[in-house]
Design a protein. Structure first.
Length: 339
């Protein structure tokens, strides 16, 4: 299987530095159009609330769908604590239909954020016997049922003359097969496999066993695939991992990224009360970066590799970076066997 290569943008913007939300969104569209021309397979966006970066993804996904032809359009990830499942079902189906069935929706409980119980301001409160993580999974169940065509209401006899079940509209027939779960632990990866969702794993794992990051993430992937197989789901599960990759091929690259190469090692810290392992960045001459990628256990296991981009540098710089990746690294990445 040829490995897919996509990019992931956080959509950061900095009003104090004359980079507005409008700039980030419109530039994000142009970067995706350029990446498609460079041969990339996917454009993915991160979703965060109450921060200067991409938030609700639906308008942006619709715009990407209208401006591109073949790119997979992904989210990594939508925080289900904040989502109305039925509105989300309508919006995602519409965006998927515009794209011709190219959406790859990554969803999850959500990561650390600046707002204190921010989902409550969106109108969502866990029940008395559950917590926010339980609520996220409840929203996920309802969303997946809605996009699969399960009726969510009954027609009003006074208006329709009959009582019949009503599914959400529009429906996109294949969208239920393209839902991913963002996982930071082996336990949540197992749950995703049991549920029949694909797996997204980033540069952070909310657990640590003392082994290198890529080995722990590869174990996470194997746990996921084993759970998928035991559950008897049809088709092959997909796995995407995220990496920060910056090849240095010019003096410009060296001035921008050379200093960061000295601090590009993985590390262990505490995040949200959990001992967590953070993956390293791959920064250096193309030959050295290729050797490191070829030794990355999780990259080899996955079928999709997403490279993060420094979107605040603008369209020209980001397409130059993606062009370097396409020219110097993509052939070696595509040649890696998935699984």
């Amino acid at each position: 299987m040829t490995k897919n290569l996509g990019f992931l943008s956080f959509g950061h913007y900095q009003p104090r530095h004359r980079l507005s939300a409008a700039d980030s969104l419109t530039q994000g569209i142009e970067i995706a159009v350029g990446a498609e021309e460079l041969g990339f397979d996917g454009a993915w966006m991160r979703v965060h609330h109450y921060q200067h970066q991409f938030a609700s993804p639906w308008s942006f996904l619709g715009a990407l769908a209208a401006r591109t032809q073949r790119l997979e359009l992904g989210t990594a990830v939508i925080n289900m604590r904040y989502e109305n499942p039925l509105i989300m079902a309508e919006l995602s189906a519409a965006a998927d239909l515009i794209s011709g069935g190219r959406l790859q929706l990554g969803i999850s409980r959500g990561s650390q954020e600046p707002a204190l119980r921010g989902w409550e301001s969106f109108g969502f409160h866990p029940s008395a016997d559950s917590d926010a993580a339980d609520m996220a999974r409840e929203h996920t169940d309802r969303f997946r049922a809605a996009i699969a065509g399960t009726p969510m209401a009954i027609s009003d006899p006074a208006q329709a003359g009959v009582r019949v079940p009503l599914p959400i509209q529009p429906q996109s027939e294949t969208l239920p097969q393209r839902i991913w779960w963002g996982s930071a632990t082996r336990q949540s990866a197992q749950w995703a496999g049991e549920q029949g969702m694909h797996l997204l794993s980033s540069t952070l794992l909310s657990e640590d066993t003392g082994v290198p990051f890529s080995e722990l993430q590869a174990e996470q992937i194997r746990v996921f695939r084993a759970a998928w197989d035991r559950a008897g789901h049809r088709g092959a599960p997909r796995v995407a991992v995220v990496r920060s990759i910056l090849p240095i091929v010019s003096d410009r690259d060296r001035s921008l990224f050379g200093p960061a190469a000295l601090q590009a090692q993985e590390n262990v810290g505490v995040l949200g009360g959990a001992i967590s392992r953070f993956g390293k960045s791959f920064i250096g001459e193309p030959e050295a970066v290729i050797r490191e990628i070829q030794q990355d256990h999780a990259v080899k296991e996955a079928d999709t590799l997403l490279v993060t981009i420094p979107n605040t540098l603008g369209v020209q710089e980001n397409l130059r970076i993606l062009g370097n990746i396409a020219e110097h690294l993509a052939p070696a990445i595509h040649s890696l066997r998935a699984g």
